[in-house]
Design a protein around this ligand. Sequence first.
Ligand code: C2E
Ligand code: CA
Ligand code: CA
Length: 666
Amino acid sequence: MTSTLLIVDDEAAVLRSLERLLCRAGYKVIAASGGAEALELLQQHQVQILLTDFRMPLMCGNELLKVVKQRHPQIVGLILSGYADFNAVVDTLNSGIAYKFLQKPWTDELLLSEIQHAETEFKRRTLPDLHTQLLISSQDALLELDDKGQVLRINAALAKLWLLDATNISPKHLSAFLPTLSAQQLQQFLSNQQNTLLCLDNQQHEIELSHRLVTGHRLLLKLERLEPLPQFSSDLSSLSNLLTHQQACQLIEQHIAVKSGLIAVAVLDIDNFNLINDTMGYHKTDLLINKVASLLQQQLKPHQHLAYLSGDKFAFIFTNCADEMALQLQITECLSIFDHPLLHDERQIKLNFNLGYAIAPEDSIIAEKLLKYANLACRTNRNNQHHFYMRFEQAILDSKQQQFEISNALYGDLENNGFSLNFQPKVSLRDGRIRQAEVLLRWNHPRLGSISPALFIPIAERDGQIIRIGLWVLEQSLRCLRSFYQQGLEIDWLSINISGRQLQDPAFSDQLQHLLAEYQIKPEQIELEVTETYLMEDIQLSNKVLSHLHQTGVRISMDDFGTGYSSLAYLTKLPIDEVKLDRSLLTELSSDIQSQGMVRNIIRMAHELGLEVTAEGIETIEQQQLLQAMGCDLIQGYFYSKPLNEQLFTDMLRQQPFAGENFYGN
Ligand code: C2E
Ligand code: CA
Ligand code: CA
């Protein structure tokens, strides 16, 4: 978009020559000979940048900027003046009403470059605030309230849960959505005396509300449904014979009260029901779930009970087991119906399940907690095992709590929150010199200590926070690169990790361009590392997004090659410059002939496609020598250097020997 500039000066000659210069540079320019006229023009035009003289009759430059700041706070004000009126200028700058002071007479090149910076500043001022960013990009259900509990906005994820139109919610108090809550409970929660709140929503679903962010008088809350929506109309015959959630809780607590041996609760979730639902339709799926219910029920022995929770979820209650071994035996027997396919609607259907269990009194003596813990254990099947069962353990709760804590701790000012960048050299196998470096984010939280990006990046991706964290990494990387060049250090480019979520953000490319301009970095001086898994998820989309970026001149690297599809054929379809071989491909390199053959082939084919190859996670001299013999271009890994902070990295760049020297190879 072309920016519109308003120039204000009482000298007509100055206005004319500024107008000529700025129009030639492609800006839309309007001019005023004094403050009053300028203010009037601002009513009629959308102006991004205001460039004003300092000393003018009637209204001086800083008076004008003061009014503009009040009426149009997003406009970036610059002062262009020939007077060395030092104190007044310092005051103006310090009070924040002017962005920069430029001197008359000006040089065209410098003035245009300052205008470019002012454009970036305008973009920054008009960037949606953090609440808006998160409401747009988070996959969690979020709502924004004022400090009186009035709901201001909800995001798409919550609109979907509550079946509302996110763009058009009528002003209502939060209590209207949470009918079971007393005014006092709500007040306590909103005043932040407690971090989370459990209650029922309008649709009778158990939910957990938690605080995310407070900005001025606005709060951002996250809402999590504890039980998924029942997807099947579960009112058919065999289900009605089963215990309800409430009856199950009563039964568990009765047994706990009389202490009749070990009591266990096992939550069973049938894994592939959604898929079955999609292929068979609701009605037939209902019948199938009824069939499963009656099969499970038929097998029940004394001291075993079955409850129906919701959707495809059941709970077993075992009220008298000698020990955990005996319990596991009982569980396996109950699950034996899943050993063989079920005949249903003339089809053989193989059902998969996840089961989690918790034991009283060890894990808890409260029925709701036992069910919750069993449910948590049930959801830990990360590797998609078909028949999965697991006992609840404190670590599951700890990990959920840790995720919650990390997600909370991520909010706030990044620099003061302990974020910093490390640089890991990428070394040429031709001459042993550091050619590039990968930027790796580090987080040393004031309270939680050092947290690995492998842990917090996925959480930030889920929360939507990766957008602003990624932007911060990008800006800091460019700032450092600028400083490296200013110190005369040699480096071809920095490789920056970009999450798939960032690439999906329509503002990403523009923000990148502006930052490049601001820090005077050429596009080819940075490389974006994008993971193979993201690229392959939607090859057409990634191709579109990456092609656009690639055309602007930035380099693209396919990260973690070898962990996903690893298809070289895809490499030809994407605009990439480099392939980064994942550490897992290279760990066995020295001892495994097969692995050597594979890596050699990948390198050869990548070269045929004109791509550079970096091998990462290189820890030994044997790996380095083998890769060198295979013609690999660059290596990165502890063998050469661990990731270093800015100071240590620049020391290393400064001390690096001339090409060839100190190079253990050849
Ligand atoms: P990655 O992009 O594959 O980064 C390489 C990881 O391997 C880094 O871990 C690095 O410290 C580690 N590494 C390097 N050399 C060796 C070696 O010789 N041996 C071993 N065992 N490990 C080595 P780190 O820093 O913990 O980063 C983990 C992941 O977090 C990164 O994997 C990347 O996916 C992500 N990440 C880090 N910084 C950022 C960031 O700024 N943005 C995004 N989106 N992701 C980031
Ligand atoms: Ca990487
Ligand atoms: Ca990698």
